[in-house]
Design a protein around this ligand. Structure first.
Ligand SMILES: NC(=O)c1ccc[n+]([C@@H]2O[C@H](COP(=O)([O-])OP(=O)(O)OC[C@H]3O[C@@H](n4cnc5c(N)ncnc54)[C@H](O)[C@@H]3O)[C@@H](O)[C@H]2O)c1
Length: 437
């Protein structure tokens, strides 16, 4: 089978590489010249665990190619995946311009039957809109399929190779047969392929992300209550997470969700609801809670520590561990607020520093490693729970830092351990620890 993947970002590149891994011939297309040049040297332009190994193998064995030549890729392919951006518009809706423009361009290029698959996260009705573009402008038959992607950055290759489920939204038998054949190697262990109508497939993706965001906001509210009544959110999390009706994932309190998906997808679902005259009350609360959680974290820092003219060390920039993605990263908000309050910030992140430097430049200093960031720091603020931060040398930290205060936005340290650490320790949904001096 031959496929093309248009848009070679976090989703497109991982999809392309994983399809190639099953023996499919893949041509990845992107309009970013630098990206394609890098990929043609066998280099991965993003940080994603395992991707490098899988990409190199399939690239050297000739199963995956990278090009800017859309027509050549389309001509050679049976199935064309669109993995294009759908960023948030000003009114909260998903910006469909990349997807719809591409459908128009493809209409003028496609010369024989193709299946065009939308892998981007798109509002209800996008498959129908895209199908209309092909029906009205393309000389040959094109079937549009909605195939939302559920991979998690940081585990993207694993998730793609062993998905919990595949969702295919289509009303074309021919397209469903091709898609099912393509995905067969990924569902050999009995994980299901759900075939449904296009609208349900589109809404399934928003339902998944919004439900996960809801779990996060719920736990953040519970953490805020726990702080007030003197309870411990970690104990509560363990106490409910073992109940298999609830499940243990996404129960971690913190300073809110970020990233390229949750914020925009939850807002897009809110927009879909509002244009359909539906007041999705829980969803509105999820968004409000998430914004307040970040504000509350900053308030905790600023009311407990004078940061004006002080040095703040910041651990973690990426929106979550195991990725270099900084889109909508809470760290960017925290940095802005700290600088606004007069602090100077030195940050360390294992993978996210290059992207932050590109975005905000010399607004902050960048440290070589997590301990260098602490040099003469008055305060440490932890924003991303990278595993490397979990078991630091507290004596070394004290010897490097000027101050003795940690604000932990991700509860990376065991609360009990912190009692003897010698630090004042502020975390989320747990009691404040004051160091004995
Ligand atoms: N990142 C995730 O974890 C994730 C997970 C599931 C779904 N999604 C959805 O998948 C879609 C893509 O997300 P992403 O994170 O991969 O985005 P991305 O920004 O990493 O990748 C998009 C790619 O498309 C390319 N592109 C833009 N216009 C193009 C054009 N005209 N021709 C060719 N290439 C073009 C860009 O250069 C970029 O490489 C979004 O709708 C997103 O919501 C993302």
């Amino acid at each position: 089978m031959n496929i093309a993947v248009i848009g070679t970002g976090y989703v497109g590149l991982v999809s392309g590489v994983c399809f190639a891994e099953t023996g499919v011939n893949v041509i990845c297309v992107d309009n970013n010249k630098e990206k394609i040049e890098k990929l043609n040297l066998g280099e991965v332009p993003i940080y994603e665990p395992l991707l490098d190994t899988y990409l190199k193998r399939n690239f050297h064995e000739g199963r995956i190619q990278f090009t800017m030549d859309l027509k050549q890729a389309v001509d050679k392919s049976d199935i064309i995946f669109l993995a294009l951006p759908t960023p948030e518009s000003e009114d909260g809706s998903a910006d469909l311009s990349y997807v719809l423009k591409m459908a128009e361009t493809l209409s003028g290029i496609i010369a024989s039957y193709k299946v065009v698959v939308n892998k981007s996260t798109v509002p209800v009705g996008t498959a129908a809109m895209t199908q209309k573009i092909f029906d009205e402008n393309c000389k040959v038959k094109v079937d549009v399929v909605s195939n939302p992607e559920f991979l998690r950055e940081g585990f993207a290759v694993e998730d793609f190779l062993k998905p919990d489920r595949i969702v295919i939204g289509s009303s074309s038998e021919r397209a469903i047969e091709l898609m099912t054949r393509l995905y067969k190697p990924f569902v050999r262990q009995g994980n299901p392929i759900f075939v449904m109508d296009e609208k349900s497939a589109e809404l399934t993706k928003y339902a998944a992300n919004s439900f996960l965001a809801l779990k996060i906001s719920f736990m953040n509210e519970m953490a805020n209550l726990a702080e007030k009544v003197g309870a411990d959110i970690d104990s509560i999390r363990r106490g409910i997470g073992t109940d298999n009706r609830i499940g243990s994932a996404f129960l971690y309190a913190g300073l809110g969700y970020g990233g390229s998906c949750f914020p925009k997808d939850v807002k897009a679902l809110q927009h879909i609801s509002s244009i359909n005259q539906f007041d999705f009350k829980i969803l509105n609360a999820v968004i409000d809670v998430n914004a307040l959680q970040k504000e509350k974290f900053i308030r905790t820092i600023l009311t407990n520590k004078e940061v004006k003219g002080k040095r703040v060390a910041l651990w973690g920039l990426s929106f979550k561990p195991n990725t270099d993605d900084i889109r909508e990263a809470p760290a960017l908000y925290v940095i802005d607020k700290l600088i606004e309050a007069g602090a100077s910030v030195t940050a360390y992140d294992p993978e996210g520093m290059a992207n932050v430097k590109r975005k905000i430049g010399d607004k902050i200093q960048y440290a070589e490693n997590m301990y260098d960031a602490l040099d003469e720091a008055d305060v440490l603020v932890i924003v991303t729970e990278w595993p490397v931060f979990r078991t630091p040398d507290f004596d070394k930290m004290k010897s490097m830092m000027h101050g003795r205060t940690i604000f932990d936005g991700r509860n990376v340290f065991d609360h009990a351990d912190m009692k003897s650490s010698g630090f004042d320790y502020f975390s989320i949904g747990r009691q404040v620890i004051k160091a004995e001096r």
